[in-house]
Design a protein around this ligand. Structure first.
Ligand code: AMP
Length: 301
């Protein structure tokens, strides 16, 4: 694995790989790697010949009141993890390299970026789409890997790639959970042991929501209320939203049918956490995708 910090070196490395006829896979991240990140690297490694992992805590996707300064970092641990997962390049630029001057250009994906996390974080997705567009332009990947943990981000990036005819396949990868169900997140590092325990209510509430739909419930509001009530019983967790959306375009469904996303966001201590499940609801049956749980050793259970 080579570690690069300049865009010029990154372009040269990717161009050389493409000239050799190798397919390029991109895994954009903000670092502090856990099994969720590592699963994206493994997917890229399995599918493509030249794997570029990027590590950049992108300031433009944080509001001034958010945790940019406190965001957890572990550059040495991240380099070791990316190397162990078989990355060919770890690109870790500084802010000056990515934004030599304040950008006048923003990529904005309307509608899909509004509501859900876009309500509490109105500038967030513009920061994400703009930096991802820049990374696509620098790397020229044929595939780029994103986690379904950030379901709205995945939908927004997919729509950007479609609308702008970007020659990249946006691949969604399974949401990875701790053994007790908590969705893995770099921000889990902010949690005290009590908060960490309380935070499991989010995945428990989503699992209960799936059970309710399996039992025949078809009203979106009933599912949202169930989650809100379960979270309300946990004093350390303050719900921001619990919403059911259509998976394809994130619009609210009038009835629970077809491909759906059930998404939550909550504050737990200093951390803002998100989680979701996917549901496929038909007259015949209900299928729920709750993601994968891993044991502390990193194995699927
Ligand atoms: P981040 O470093 O938080 O910006 O995340 C980088 C990528 O890793 C994004 O595509 C995330 O969706 C993905 N990711 C983060 N946490 C998880 C998780 N628990 N399971 C799957 N993917 C994840």
């Amino acid at each position: 694995m080579i570690m690069l910090t300049t865009i010029a070196d990154l372009r040269t490395a990717c161009e050389q790989a493409r000239t050799e006829g190798r397919t390029v896979g991109l895994v954009p991240t903000m670092g502090f790697f856990h099994e969720g990140h590592r699963s994206l690297m493994r997917a890229a490694r399995a599918d493509t010949d030249f794997v570029v992992v990027t590590l950049f805590v992108n300031p433009t996707q944080f509001a001034p009141t958010e945790d940019l300064g406190a965001y957890p970092r572990d550059p040495a641990g991240d380099a070791a993890a990316a190397e162990a997962e078989g990355a060919d390049v770890l690109f870790a630029p500084d802010t000056e390299e990515m934004y030599p001057e304040p950008p006048l250009t923003t990529v904005h994906v309307a509608d899909v970026s509004e509501g859900l996390c876009g309500s509490a974080r109105p500038t967030h997705f513009d920061g994400v789409t703009t930096v991802v567009a820049k990374l696509f332009a620098m790397v020229g990947p044929c595939r780029a890997y994103f986690g379904r943990k950030d379901a709205q981000q995945l939908a927004v990036v997919r729509r950007m790639a479609t609308d702008l005819n970007l020659p990249v396949e946006v691949v969604g990868c399974p949401l990875v959970r701790e053994g007790d169900g908590l969705a893995m997140s770099s921000r889990n590092a902010y949690l005290t042991p009590e908060e960490r325990e309380a935070a499991t209510v989010l995945s428990r509430a989503l699992a209960a929501a799936a059970d309710l739909v399996r039992a025949g419930e078809r009203e979106p509001a009933a599912v949202e209320h169930l989650i809100a009530n379960m979270v309300a019983a946990e004093p350390l967790v303050e719900l921001e939203y619990a919403e059911v959306r259509r998976a394809a375009d994130l619009t609210p469904p009038t009835r629970l049918e077809g491909e759906l996303l059930v998404a939550v966001a909550a504050r737990v201590g200093r951390a803002r956490l998100i989680d979701n499940i996917s549901l496929q609801v038909s007259d015949a049956d209900v299928r729920a995708d709750l993601g994968v749980r891993v044991s502390p050793a990193g194995r699927s259970i």
